[in-house]
Structure formats: C-alpha cells, structure tokens
Design a protein around this ligand. Structure first.
Ligand SMILES: Nc1ncnc2c1ncn2[C@@H]1O[C@H](COP(=O)(O)OP(=O)(O)OP(=O)(O)O)[C@@H](O)[C@H]1O
Length: 460
C-alpha cells in the first residue's frame, strides 16, 4: 500500500450534484417514479428515488434531512447540492454524531453511500463560526481525497461563514505562523508537522475525523502518523473522534476501538461489503504482454464513460500509459512519485472528463468520487505488501473492495474487470471471490463483440 502525501492545492472542478438515473434490469420491472430525471435508452429505469425508497438498499432512509437535527444553513447547503433524502448511513449516524454530549463513532457503510456528508455535516455542526481558531481536523490517506473532502466542506458550508485550510504538502508557505480556519483537512504527515510547529493551535479542537479509518490506523500503513496527530490533541477537554470506512478488517477493529473509546458503532456484515450495482468480471490473459494487448483492445469500451486502471507498481502505470500514448490513445497516469502540482492537475483533468482513462496505483483506490466512472480494471490484482500478513501473493481484499468501489457510486451501475494471467493470479482472484461471496464472471478475451454486449448489459 502506498502512502502518498505531497503537494499543494489548485482548485478543482467538482462533479455536479446527483440527479441520476441508473438503468435497471427490465425483469426487475420497477417503473420510474421521478419524471424529471434524465431518460435512459433502456426500457425501464430504476431511479435514485426508487433506491432510496427500498429498505434493502444502503441508500434507503425513512427520514428526511429535517428530522436529523441539522441547522437551517446546513440544510440549505445539502439541498443546494441536490440531495433530497439521506442515505442509510446518514440517517443512522447523524443523530448519534450530533447528540449531546458528543460521542465517538466508528461507522461503516459500503463505498459510495454518502459517508463523507455524515462526517462533514458533523464538523460543520460542531464548529463555532464566530471563533477564528481550528476546531475540527479531518485526515485522509491521500492529497486527492483531502482535496475532495474539502470541496464537500465548502459546498455543504456554503451558507455558513466557515473558514477552511489544508494540511497537505506545499499548500502553506514555510513561514506560515497561525491558522485561523475552523476546519482543517489534510494528510497525517503534514498535519503533524503543522501541529508540532504550532501553526495549528490545538486548544479548541473538538472534532477529529479519520476518513478511510482502517487504512489510517493500519500499523503497516499510516497508523503511526495518525497516532502522532491524536497524541498532539489537547488532553484536558474532550475531543469527539469519528472513524469512517467501507472496510474494517479484523486486525484493525480492536485498535480502532481503543483509538475511539466508547464509540457508537455502525457495522456491516461481511456479505454486505460490496455494492450490488458493481458487476464483477475477469479475463483470462495468456501472459503479462497479453494483458497489455487486451487493455488496448478494450479502449473503446473504457471510453464509453470513464475508467480507472489499477496497477500494483508506479512503473507499470507509467509504462502502460507511455506505450498507449505512443500508440495514439489518450490516457493519463497518476501515482505518488509525481509532484504535487502535477497530481492536482491530473486528477482535476480527469474529474472534468478531459481525460477518460486514468492509469494509476492504490494511491486513489480509496474515497475518490467521480460519478462518471463506470469501469474499473484491475490490471494487477491488489496484493498485500510483503511485510503485511506474511507475504507477497496474498490478495488484499480491502483494497479490492475500495478499488472497485470507484464505480457504482450512490446507486449507479458499474463494471469491474480483473486481469488474471496464470495459475497464481487465478487463485488470488478465487480467494477474493470467496471472501466477498459474489460471483466474478468470465469474459472471453477473443470475442470483442461478446465482451461489448456483456458489458453494456451489465451497465443496464
Ligand atoms: N443523501 C444523498 N443524496 C444524493 N446523493 C448523495 C447523498 N449523499 C451522498 N451523495 C453522493 O453520493 C456520492 C458518494 O458519496 P461519498 O463520496 O460520501 O461516499 P462514501 O460512502 O464516502 O464512499 P467511499 O467509501 O468510496 O469513500 C457523492 O457523489 C455524494 O455527493
């Protein structure tokens, strides 16, 4: 797993608010209830409204945002973003998060189900806008995710006087002395640095959020740095600690419980971990080179919407993108070895849809929310680090869940395709399939028409 945190901020375009039609399988035969949604070419559509009325959906809620105890200015912000009803995690978490006295929370919900709004609304609710001091800190594992979270803070806080600041590399001048912003979002290394140098005065901090918390607490990942931030928080006054993720593997659960003592917990069962709307496929490639050929042959499908191609190593991402570019295809590559300004420009281009195919590493496996992404390719399956869990060759189930979760956001349909090319990778994929309890369907590599048909059907 890569630990990237560099660079400075250049404002990026955001996805437009949600007003979506996800097309359904006609057999499911649900009529659309929301007439002002875009009509799809498919016979029957399942709208976001339908899903939010289905008690079995993670997007379901029996309540309205008004019933969740939010301030009027924040309600305005939510509606301005195009949200009409809470999702399940928002309905369940918000009343607990906003209760008085504030209580810690460990919250789990599938990828793309609206966890960000739950913790952002909490930070915005707890802050005293008349006090120009840092009051809420939020950590994320990558600068790309920190920037995205900040864009949600700004959008939801549009009708408040909230002031915000980044704690990501190269954002503040070296001689910055004193941050007066109330909400600070960043990555752990830079956050620690700013706290140690007292650029962040911690006296008034009352909320501390970890997004992608299992990753942030993982001893083999960012755990040490995150712990350092926590240890720099004031000891006397209580700080509400909020941990959110789509995954909490067993080996971080007890650590999470110590990190956020006496927390309210919202947990998923193992079989609920992956989102239904993401159809998973695999392709049997002959060898490494054949993987490249197959990727190239998929290009027209990759660009129907947008796609993210995940590789295990930075050099693979670079090599593939250079080769594809030389052969006349338009692709971008993003990884932690690029400098901050470049990383910001690449992700912003992709968000704006100017690039349709992004070749990357685990750096953006988590949290990144780009609604137009309807395909994810695991060019290399995600594997545990050699140091972790006894060795290379063991599939990293959590990273797999997060990677495929870059598509199928908030009720949309998406496709993931795994490339396997030998017995070892086939067995690794079988382990993933078993762990998630969902079938991964084979697609022939030599029949492009069949491939296209299957994929288009999966997106219906
Ligand atoms: N109540 C809502 N109504 C409509 N859209 C929503 C609502 N809540 C969140 N969304 C949208 O759903 C998308 C996914 O939300 P978000 O990024 O918070 O997911 P997440 O649960 O944090 O996912 P991940 O686990 O991948 O980080 C975003 O585009 C967000 O704007």
């Amino acid at each position: 797993m890569q630990k990237d945190e560099d660079g400075f901020y250049t404002p990026g375009a955001l996805d437009p608010p949600v007003a979506l039609v996800a097309a359904s399988n006609p057999e499911e035969g649900k009529p659309s209830v929301n007439s002002d949604l875009i009509q799809s070419t498919f016979e029957v559509t399942v709208t976001l409204a339908d899903q939010q009325l289905d008690p079995n959906s993670p997007l379901y809620s029996a309540k309205t945002f008004e019933e969740l105890g939010l301030q009027p200015d924040l309600l305005k912000g939510i509606y301005d973003m195009g949200f009409s009803k809470p999702s399940k995690i928002q309905e369940r978490a918000l009343p607990l998060l906003l209760s008085n006295p504030p209580t810690n929370m460990i919250g789990q919900s599938q990828s793309g189900t609206g966890k960000t709004a739950a913790f952002v609304l909490t930070m915005l609710s707890q802050v005293d806008f008349s006090l120009n001091k840092p009051q809420a800190l939020c950590l994320a594992p990558s600068r790309e995710l920190a920037r995205q979270i900040m864009s949600v803070v700004v959008a939801m806080g549009k009708f408040t006087n909230v002031q915000t600041e980044y704690a990501i590399k190269d954002n503040l001048p070296r001689n910055a002395t004193n941050i007066t912003a109330q909400i600070i979002v960043g990555t752990p290394g830079t956050m620690t640095d700013l706290m140690r140098r007292r650029v962040i005065d911690v006296t008034h901090i009352k909320v501390f959020v970890l997004d992608e918390a299992d990753n942030m607490l993982d001893q083999d990942g960012l755990g040490d740095q995150t712990l350092r931030v926590k240890n720099l928080l004031p000891r006397g006054s209580p700080v509400q600690i909020i941990l959110f993720s789509a995954t909490f593997p067993d080996h971080v659960r007890s650590f999470a419980a110590n990190f956020a003592p006496n927390a309210n917990k919202i947990e998923l069962q193992k079989e609920e971990l992956s989102v239904e709307g993401i159809r998973q496929f695999y392709m049997d490639c002959r060898n490494e080179d054949h993987k490249y050929d197959i990727l190239v042959s998929l290009y027209s499908l990759l660009t129907i919407g947008q796609s993210i191609i995940f590789c295990q190593h930075r050099h693979t991402a670079d090599r593939i993108s250079q080769r594809m570019t030389a052969e006349g295809h338009k692709v971008a590559s993003l990884h932690g070895a690029k400098d901050a300004a470049e990383r910001d420009a690449i992700i912003d281009h992709f968000r704006e849809g100017r690039d349709k195919v992004l070749i990357t590493t685990n750096v953006i496996a988590r949290g990144i929310d780009i609604l137009q992404v309807n395909m994810v390719v695991n060019y290399d399956l995600p594997l545990m680090n050699e140091r972790e869990k006894g060795g290379d060759g063991i599939p990293d189930i959590e990273t797999y869940i997060h990677r495929i979760g870059r598509t199928g956001r908030f009720g949309r349909k998406g496709i993931s395709i795994n490339f396997v090319h030998d017995k070892k990778t086939w067995l690794q994929m079988e382990q993933i399939e078993k762990a998630l309890g969902r079938k991964i369907i084979r697609i022939e590599t030599n029949d492009l028409d069949e491939m296209e048909e299957k994929m288009k059907k999966a997106l219906k």
